[in-house]
Design a protein around this ligand. Sequence first.
Ligand SMILES: *Cc1c(COP(=O)(O)O)cnc(C)c1O
Length: 392
Amino acid sequence: MMAKKSGLPEFLAFHRPYLGSEEIEEVVDTLRSGWLTLGPKTARFEEKFAAQVGARFAVATSSCTAALHLSLDGLGVGPGDEVITTPYTFPSTIASILYCGAKPVLADTLPEFPNIDPDAVAAAVTSRTKVILPVHFSGAPCEMDSLEQIASRCGAAIVEDAAHALPACYKGRAVGSIGRASCFSLYAGKNITAGEGGVLTTDDGDLAAQARIKRLHGISRDAWKRYTAEGSWYYEVQDLGFKYNMTDINAAIGLHQLDRVKAFHERRLQLVKLYNDKLRTVEGLTLPRPPGDVESSWHLYVIRIDPDQAGVSRDSLIEMLKADNIGSSVHFIPAHHHPYFQERLGWSGDLCPNASRLYRGAISLPLYPAMSDGDVEAVCASLERIVEESRA
Ligand SMILES: *Cc1c(COP(=O)(O)O)cnc(C)c1O
């Protein structure tokens, strides 16, 4: 293979999860135990997760998408209701609203950061607004004080898409303990993983109880115990449920990933500082700066390129990084750009201009605890060289 100018001998993946021997041994223990699906390890994982974010309840699910659906469903969101959310998100945020038969209403992002703009939310409120669904982009909490004010004025609940936001704080409050419900993701690419999985956290006991029932076919609470010595064969369907439970195999991984939250976070902060120091002087790049009194989880390091100043387009830059053995990505293609949502909801590409502008310049650089300082330095050197050569 030809030597890469970055000096990286192997392709630097955009993301790679860190899994230790603890995770592997716990999974093997689960396999040997004979209990594979929702059971005691999921229960332990839930207790530990709730403690991590300071919530009264944590309900583990098969995904963050499932947790979002259960939250909205549990709050009674249905046909005729509107849910105000951001275009700057993964499509499943929008899908979770559509699953309920409700109407997603987009509020544009802030001009300089892809979090929802509270003024745009206030302008989108109608008598049908039932929930406000902010997304803490890259783990930087949204302006929750303003959103809470708007929500309490119009009688709406706040459900947070916190897929990126472990661990994150807004004015010293941990995400997961702020809104009526917060939904986290344990997908392989997120800050911690269970392979796949999600968690709904809430202080609302009724919402948690209902989510527990509906994540497993709508059958009576702790139905899984019917296969153990303390259980019995009898169960009742209490509601129309889904198949949204976590499994103990996934929980086995998640239990030990939770032990790593602090160390992972500290490593992310070091890598972010290194990126900031090295990229500050590169022409045409805007570095990520979460607004407000927040502590971001730094799930993503998203730079913004100005093609005129940098002399290279966003899309070419991604290709040139790839040729240099560096993986990158784009977060996110805004919801109003996707053809299905456009057709179904009458959205057009110019609906949310701030989100569209931020998207057009965005590149997510690799950022994960398994990276070395040398990896970050190689990415920065490559970016600097590409911009220098392109401007020449
Ligand atoms: C990853 C992600 C989701 C979906 O998470 P899953 O666990 O894969 O369902 C939802 N919202 C955002 C913002 C995400 O990044």
